[in-house]
Write a protein that binds this ligand. Structure first.
Ligand SMILES: [Zn+2]
Length: 481
């Protein structure tokens, strides 16, 4: 056996495939898991006595907006403290690369969720990936390229379907990104820059993704009362192109949509018989994105998460601000833009239905740039494990873990991650299954999760005693295409 760097003793091993946990030992050499078993007694540079705590594959956050923070030293602290060792960036049609079109001096919403104009510093997708590789992030990164960016670059004025020439320009940018190492394309058809794209435009781009063997992640056109037709459009594109499809943060927003998850999940279950379609969810009944009157109109409460003109309004409700200003909420919303908000607009039953649906994966959709972020940024993974698995028994702990490790790696096509098995990469998380849980709330959204001891990324400690080590051992995955 190779020289052992790390030996975990007396750990409750969750394999990531959903199997029942077993107590045993795990040995790591370099960046690889080299042995998993019972009674393993080998010399190692470091021995960690688990004292019965759980050891599982590191969690994969399949839905993030971490595009900019992966390039900063402490930017992934909200993720490492949750046990996340890999993040998928570039979701909802927005990515930091390729660069903004000439003359655009500030990123159009929702691109501003990622950062200010200075963050969009990469002319080509390859430039972004080279910067990432140079920097070496603290977790692994799987980058998607965003359709809204391609659209802004190709069209300028986006309030209409693209012409054939404009689609050709988008396809050229898409080809560059896929060749450089993007794992696929994301679309955000609910947002202004992309909303006017017709099904045909999306289908043409997605066909290229399918040919390259990539993934299509979609924030669907409608997650409100029209969510059923949005799922139908998604499945139609998936069927016609054969692309591997991932429905992002599936939800039913607004009272008129409550209960529709039974229909959408039945559609997805039927489609899975004949095509590759998956979905993810975050474990909360409030959404969060840029300030938008349509989203606000469907919400019981709207809380401001950031506002460029009125930064001190972050954390306050729109109703409260409007009352103080003596204006209607629609007027207040316009005055607060550019900005973001948390929208309380879903029901717990839909969330439970979606989360418990066997194929559903966990993604945070956290917004790291927000002044007062939605607690999903700091709490999603421990909340699924603590609140939904242990306390409410929505599923077994091993099932919850599979939704954030093994199944996720399978959907992303990662051959050597997501399982705690010999020969797999040593992305690992050590936690106490009896106490793991989220501490972040809507009132105190940046409180780190509890019950997590340590995290390893590619065999190197990224978190010890719940504190990030500063080690940056993450890899850019997919860049070897
Ligand atoms: Zn989204």
């Amino acid at each position: 056996m190779a020289e052992i760097d790390l030996l975990f003793r007396d750990v409750l091993i969750f394999d990531g495939a959903g199997g029942a946990p077993e107590t045993g030992e795990v040995a790591v050499a370099g960046d690889l898991i080299v042995a998993v078993g019972q009674g393993l007694d080998v010399a190692a540079r470091e021995v960690i006595d688990g004292a019965g705590r759980a050891l599982s594959p590191g969690f994969i956050d399949v839905h993030t907006h971490d595009d900019a923070v992966v390039l900063s030293a402490a930017g992934l602290t909200p993720k490492l403290t949750q046990g996340v060792t890999s993040v998928v960036t570039g979701n909802c049609g927005i990515s930091l690369a390729p660069g903004l079109p000439a003359g655009m001096d500030r990123p159009a919403p929702p691109l501003d969720l990622l950062g200010t104009a200075e963050a969009f510093a990469y002319p080509r997708f390859q430039d972004y990936l080279l910067a990432l590789q140079d920097f070496r992030p603290s977790a692994n990164v799987l980058p998607l390229v965003g359709h809204a960016v391609l659209r802004l670059r190709a069209m300028g004025d986006c309030d209409r379907p693209a012409t054939a020439a404009e689609i050709r320009r988008m396809r050229a940018d898409l080809a560059e990104a896929l060749a450089a190492g993007a794992i696929g394309l994301s679309t955000g058809l609910a947002y202004p820059p992309a909303r006017f794209a017709d099904t045909e435009e999306v289908r043409e781009l997605v066909s290229d993704v399918a040919r390259a063997g990539g993934l299509w992640a979609t924030h669907m056109r409608d997650e409100r009362s029209g969510v059923v037709s949005a799922v139908a459009e998604t499945l139609d594109i998936a069927r016609r192109t054969g692309v591997r499809t991932l429905i992002s943060h599936h939800k039913c927003c607004g009272a008129a949509a409550h209960g529709l998850s039974r229909t959408t999940l039945a559609m997805i279950a039927a489609a899975r018989q004949e095509m590759s379609v998956d979905l993810d969810v975050y474990p909360y009944t409030a959404s969060s994105t840029v300030l938008n009157s349509t989203f606000a109109g469907d919400s019981d409460t709207v809380t401001i998460s950031w506002s460029e003109p009125h930064p001190c309004c972050a954390g306050r409700t729109l109703a409260n601000i409007a009352a103080e200003w003596g204006v209607g909420e629609d007027v207040a919303l316009e005055r607060l833009r550019p900005g973001g908000a948390i929208y309380h607009q879903m029901c717990e039953d839909d969330l439970l239905q979606i989360m418990a649906f066997e194929p559903t994966l966990v993604g945070s959709d956290g917004l790291p740039r927000d002044e007062r972020p939605h607690p999903r940024l700091w709490g999603s993974f421990p909340r699924v494990l603590g609140h939904y698995a242990r306390e409410r028994g929505v599923f077994a702990m091993e099932t919850a873990i599979a939704k954030m490790t093994g199944r996720t790696a399978a959907v992303l096509g990662l051959p050597d991650r997501g399982l705690l098995r010999e020969g797999f990469k040593a992305d690992l998380v050590l936690f106490d299954p009896a106490t793991i849980g989220d501490a972040a709330t809507y009132d105190e959204p940046t409180r780190p999760a509890i019950g997590l001891s340590a995290v390893w990324v590619n065999g190197r400690a990224a978190l010890r005693d719940g504190v990030p080590t500063g080690t940056r051992a993450g890899a850019v995955l997919g860049a070897a295409r």
